[in-house]
Each structure stands twice: as structure tokens, then as C-alpha cells.
Design a protein around this ligand. Structure first.
Ligand code: 13P
Length: 307
């Protein structure tokens, strides 16, 4: 969809928030004339970083002194005024780190006095039971985790995550008080076969089936084309925008208000060098970052680009 169509939503940066407004109201008149969505940037570390590496990363990100023997004290030692100079002096960007399970507690403790929140990378939909190797939403909540990545393509591909399971996981996460970060995206073969629209429509529709309309905006969606993940091939800003517009229209089919409020991120080889261009696109509310999020300097630069 081209920007020349005046009824498309237009986003402008304003006080670090993206202001949604419409040049003319006709086709979009079901949406409010103005809305604000706070940019959102999440670091998906996948199966990277030990507890010690997590401590080092967060000490660097939060610009605090790091000491292995006093690691538990590091977070409380510095004043709130020194928080997060490297992840943006500007307010108004939500920053989330998603470490592997063993590092979650450490990350929660070290981020406690900062704006950075912590997410897990998966969870089971049941609260407890005979599910060896699985972790439930209440268990994550007990650790102080705020959010959870669900439906990442690596889980769909390598661990047989289905849309049916996601339709149960999303309401379970919300019920427990976790913010779900739902990942959707097409493979290269699906894009080549012109099936992108159908895949995104199916994933968004089916995965959100169990989420009641008033809760839809509590979900964060990440559009992650599988062919762009870990490949160094980034979707063009236009490809990302078109897919995200489709996802937002799909949510609008359930609730116009939710479509206006819900954050939709782009993920797939986001780097400091391409983040500014991607984030300038209307409707892209932030980034889900893999490889580049392993380096505190690169991740901080991406946070800056999103703010
Ligand atoms: P990369 O940024 O390494 O491509 O990974 C993206 C991703 O899968 C984030 O969830």
C-alpha cells in the first residue's frame, strides 16, 4: 500500500511516542482520529548467554559497575539517576530483555530499579502438570518476569509449536498477568508463492482466538519473516510496513480500538545500521532483535533508533 493514499494512517514522532492521525477520515473513520503507542524494543537472546554473561550485559546496558562476587548488589548500588544512559536518555521507549530461563531471576534482580523489563522466551499453557521440561506462566510470574515471547518461528519450526497451542498459551499468559509477545511471519517459500497474506492472516486470527477483544491490545505482535531471521537479509521497509498493515487490519477485524492501540514490531536482522530506516516506517512500533541484541552497544543503538 502506497503512502500516497491519504486515508492511510500516518505516524510522526512526537515526544518519543508515535502519533497516529489520518489525513482524511473516510476509510479509517472507524478508528479514532488520534492514538499513541509507546515504542517497544525487545532483545531475544535465544539460547545465548550464561548467568555471568547476563550480569555483564546488564551491567554494561545499565552502566553500572560489575563485580562477579557482588553481582547481586550491583543493581542496588547506583542511584536511579544513573539508569540506562545507554538505552536512551529519552523516556518513552519500552525496553525488554528475553534471556534463557536460567538467567531470568538474575535479569529480574538487576533490572529491578530500571526501566528495562524481562521476558521469557516460551511457556506452557497449563499452570502445572506432567509436562517434563516445561515452565508455566505462574512460575514465570513468581520470578518477577513481565512478558513472554510466544510462537517464535524457531519454536514453530524446531519444536512443533502450533497455532492451536498458541491459541491456548496467549490467554494463559494474559490470565497470569504476563504480556505476550506473539511472533508471526512467513517462510521464504511462502513469500515466493505469494502466500504471505494468507499465512499472516491465519496465524494472527488463530493465535488470538482465545484472547477476548478487550485484552487484544495487551498483546504485542512481532512480524518476523522467517527468511530474514539470522540471515542478514532484512525485509525492506516497505515489505515490513505492508505486512504490519495487514496484521493491524486483521486485528481491526476483531476490534478497531485494539488495532489502534496494539504494538506491532518488526524482527529479522535488525541492526543499528538499518533500524532508523525501518522504524521511520508508519505503523512499525519497534523491534524484536536477535543477534544484534547480544551486544549492549548495538542493542542500545537500536533502542535509540526506536525512540
Ligand atoms: P535476528 O535479529 O538475529 O535476525 O533474529 C531475529 C529474531 O528471531 C528475534 O526474535
Amino acid at each position: 500500500m502506497s503512502r500516497r493514499f491519504s486515508t492511510r494512517p500516518r505516524f510522526q514522532h512526537h515526544e518519543n511516542r508515535r502519533i497516529l492521525s489520518f489525513a482524511s477520515g473516510s476509510a479509517q473513520s472507524h478508528l479514532h482520529a488520534m492514538s499513541q503507542r509507546t515504542p517497544y524494543v525487545a532483545a531475544n537472546w535465544k539460547m545465548h548467554k550464561t548467568i555471568e554473561e547476563t550480569e555483564r550485559f546488564l551491567a554494561d546496558l545499565l552502566q553500572r559497575r560489575w563485580s562477579r562476587t557482588r553481582a547481586r548488589d550491583v543493581g542496588s548500588e547506583d542511584s536511579a539517576a544513573s539508569l540506562l544512559p545507554r538505552v536512551g536518555a529519552k523516556e518513552g521507549v519500552e525496553v525488554v530483555v528475553c534471556p534463557p530461563y536460567p538467567s531470568l531471576k538474575t535479569a529480574v534482580e538487576l533490572c529491578a530499579q530500571s526501566r528495562v523489563r524481562v521476558a521469557a522466551q516460551n511457556m506452557h499453557e497449563e499452570e502445572s502438570g506432567a509436562f517434563t521440561g516445561e515452565v508455566s506462566a505462574p512460575m514465570l510470574l513468581e520470578l518477577g518476569v513481565d512478558a513472554v515471547v510466544l510462537g517464535h518461528s524457531e519454536r514453530r519450526t524446531h519444536f512443533c509449536e502450533t497455532d492451536e497451542a498458541l491459541a491456548r498459551k496467549l490467554p494463559a499468559a494474559l490470565e497470569a498477568g504476563l504480556e505476550p509477545i506473539l511472533c508471526v511471519g512467513e517462510t521464504e517459500a511462502e513469500r515466493d508463492a505469494d502466500a504471505t497474506e494468507g499465512v499472516l492472516l491465519r496465524q494472527v486470527t488463530e493465535d488470538l482466538t482465545g484472547v477476548a477483544d478487550p485484552n487484544l491490545a495487551r498483546v504485542v505482535i512481532a512480524y518476523e519473516p522467517v527468511w530474514a531471521i539470522g540471515t542478514g537479509r532484512t525485509a525492506s521497509p516497505e515489505q515490513a510496513r505492508e505486512a504490519i498493515e495487514l496484521i493491524r487490519r486483521t486485528v481491526a477485524g476483531r476490534s478497531a480500538d485494539a488495532a489502534e492501540e496494539i504494538r506491532i514490531l518488526y524482527g529479522g536482522s535488525v541492526k543499528p545500521a538499518n533500524a532508523v530506516e525501518l522504524m521511520a516506517e508508519p505503523g512499525i512500533d519497534g523491534a524484536l532483535v536477535g543477534g544484534a541484541s547480544l551486544d549492549p552497544g548495538d542493542f542500545s543503538a537500536i533502542v535509540e533508533a526506536c525512540g
